[in-house]
Design a protein around this ligand. Structure first.
Ligand SMILES: Nc1ncnc2c1ncn2[C@@H]1O[C@H](COP(=O)(O)OP(=O)(O)OP(=O)(O)O)[C@@H](O)[C@H]1O
Length: 257
């Protein structure tokens, strides 16, 4: 049985002369949490943008559940079961938390905002949206305006909207960034719950402790290239990784970054 859900092979994205991603290959197995790490500008978000269909790769291939997907549009990727969150949260801030998830459910069904608005009165859609909110522990905030949520809840709402797509693969782009200590613990629990429900997760994360705790394996990018790959404890000891994070001659602890 082939357990690979996502495979990227020699994946590249060049912007003019800038090789934002350069011949990167890795695989993510079904049910796995894989960390995609690296210093600022390493090419992580560009990888997400190719996997989720926002960018067409300059070269290489992306295979999702056995199907070549490079070059497909974002709504096709969403339809195949790839959901994502964004580094900068962007809910419909004038809508309530519940309405934000209703819109996400409707966009999945109709791909049209005007038809989606017709779902407002649908009891079954609102019930489904509520179920999703309960799953991310936002049930108690359903009727609040999204604009008033604190950052930790905004990030949960982003995940709720991605879950409306019923993803098999969830791309989490810095879902922990800016969270306070106790919010980090709750977010870790949520990510582990989602994975134990069978959702595979590709995680961009700057907080090395979080990435090491959650990820079974880690891929490190630097200047668009894959620098290292392996189990977290191995990867953080790799001299190349220490140099990328801490500079030449660095001898500190990457994990405390
Ligand atoms: N649309 C674009 N046009 C031109 N250059 C881009 C574009 N998108 C990204 N880049 C460049 O590609 C490189 C990789 O950017 P990317 O956002 O993928 O890095 P990252 O690893 O996600 O960084 P960070 O951790 O800071 O978010 C950077 O030099 C960035 O400036």
């Amino acid at each position: 049985m082939n357990d690979v859900l996502l495979s990227v092979s020699d994946l590249s994205k060049h912007f003019g002369g800038l090789k934002a991603v350069d011949r990167v290959s890795f695989e993510l197995e079904k049910g796995e949490i894989l960390g995609l790490l690296g210093p600022n500008g390493a090419g992580k978000t560009t990888c997400f943008n190719m996997i989720s269909g926002v960018y067409t790769p300059t070269g290489g291939s992306i295979t999702f559940d056995g199907e070549r997907t490079d070059g497909k549009a974002p709504h096709d990727m969403a339809g195949l079961g790839i959901g994502r969150t964004f580094q900068i949260v962007k809910p419909f801030s004038g809508l309530t938390v519940l309405e934000n998830v209703v819109v996400a459910l409707g966009m999945r069904r109709y791909r049209s905002l005007s038809k989606t608005l017709g779902l407002w009165g649908s009891r079954s859609v609102r019930d489904r949206a509520m179920e999703i909110l309960e799953r991310v522990n936002l049930g108690g905030h359903a009727d609040r305006k999204a604009s008033v949520l604190p950052l930790g809840d905004h990030r949960r709402l982003e995940i709720a909207r991605a879950l409306a797509l019923e993803p098999r693969l969830l791309l989490l782009d810095e879902s922990f960034s800016g969270l306070r200590h106790e919010q980090i613990g709750r977010m870790e629990d949520l990510v582990m719950d989602l994975a134990s429900d069978g959702i595979s997760i590709l995680l961009i994360e700057h907080n090395m402790k979080v990435a090491m705790k959650l990820s079974r394996r880690i891929v490190i990018l630097d200047h668009g290239r894959k620098l290292a790959e392996g189990e977290p404890q191995e990867v953080v000891k790799d001299p190349k990784v220490i140099e990328a994070y801490l500079g030449k001659g660095g001898s500190g602890d990457v994990a405390s970054n």
